[in-house]
Write a protein that binds this ligand. Structure first.
Ligand code: 5GP
Ligand code: ZN
Length: 142
């Protein structure tokens, strides 16, 4: 897409600190990192949603992101990493070219996910699981 900043980064029209590139994907440092080394892995083809990325490309993204994560983990101050993907504005997606964050983490990095843990009312969990699995099966078979 011509006005997409990540498409411009792939084309070299906007500079980036490149980590990796192949025929399907591009990886570069996030300009405002949670920790230094925070990397973005993106498909070369423009997709707004991760759901429209072809399986081969999505698989490559995950494969390379987790290997970058292992490398970041070995840097001095880190011993772990998060993979994060925001799909949609309400989920925190700001750049509308799907991207997988690889975030190096250390026990002392002073960053906390604001991750709450709700409780299902009686029966609700089974109801939601049945609903989603039926719709997913219809989608995958349709
Ligand atoms: P989102 O919130 O959409 O999941 O994340 C978008 C990420 O892209 C943010 O972490 C932001 O710092 C990063 N970002 C936005 N514009 C640029 C840019 O021009 N260059 C680089 N390297 N990263 C960017
Ligand atoms: Zn794009």
């Amino acid at each position: 897409m011509s006005d997409c900043i990540f498409c411009k980064i792939i084309k070299g029209e906007i500079p980036s600190a490149k980590i990796y590139e192949d025929e399907l994907i591009y990886a570069f440092l996030d300009i405002s990192p949670i920790n230094f080394g925070h990397t973005l892995v993106i498909p070369k083809e423009h997709h707004q949603s991760a759901a429209s990325i072809p399986e081969e490309v999505a698989g490559r993204m995950f494969h390379i992101a987790s290997r970058i994560g292992i490398l970041l983990k070995r840097l001095d101050e880190f011993d772990a990493y998060n993979l994060h993907l925001a799909d949609g504005t309400a989920a925190g997606q700001v750049v509308m070219h799907a991207h997988l964050h690889v975030i190096p983490r250390g026990a002392e990095d002073n960053f906390r996910w604001n991750w709450r843990q709700l409780n299902y009312p009686e029966g609700k969990m089974a109801e939601i699981a049945a609903d989603i699995s039926a719709k997913l099966a219809a989608k995958l078979n349709g």
